[in-house]
Design a protein around this ligand. Sequence first.
Ligand SMILES: [Zn+2]
Length: 210
Amino acid sequence: MTNRSMALLALLLASGCAAESYYEKGIGKWFGRDPSRIGSPVWVQGPWPEIEPSEDRDQVIDQLCPALMHMPAATAGTHGQEYCGVIYSFQGRYYASWPAPLRLDPTSAGKDCIVPNDVRDNRGRVSVVGDYHTHPWRRSPMSEKDRWKARQRYSFRVQMDAACTVQMLIPHVHEDRPGEIYERRERRWVLIGHIYDKDSGTISPIKEAP
Ligand SMILES: [Zn+2]
C-alpha cells in the first residue's frame, strides 16, 4: 500500500468514526425519530448554534454550506454522509436546525437522509419554511428524487454539494405554475430551470442562463 492510499484510508476511518460519534452524541438530543407516529418521522432540535439567525432568509442559507461541510464525512464522497435539516422562523427571524444524519435504509448504498417533519425549539411554536440537505460529492446538484413532487414538504428546499454549490427548489406544489430551480451565484439566486412535470421533477433548463 502506498503512502497516499494509507493516508486516504486513515482519513476514511477517521471520518467514519467521527460520523458515528456525531450520531451517538446527537441521537435523541439534536435529532431523532418519533416511533409513536406513522412512519417514525424525523425531528430535529433548533436552533443550531453554528448558524446566526437573521431576518433575511438568504443570510441563514449562505452560512449553511461552510458549517455543514465541516460535519463528519460530509465531503467524503462514496464513504460520505448526508445531512438533512430545516429552516424555520420564530418571532420574525429565521433559524436553522441541527443537521440530522438519519437514513431510511442505513445498509443501502444511497446516501439520502430523511427530511425532518418537525423542529423542536424550547422557546415555543415555530414555523418551518424550508428544508436543507447536503450531498457528499463535488458537482452534485439536486437529484431527480430530490425534485419529485412526493418529496416536497415545505415551500422551498435547499441542497448543497461538497464544492458548496447551493441550489434551491421552489416546488409550487399546490399552485398552477411551474416549479423553479435556482443556483446561488455571488449571493444572488439565478434561475436555472423550470419544472413543468412536478410528479417526475424533470428540469427544463433556462436557455439564457449563464
Ligand atoms: Zn439530494
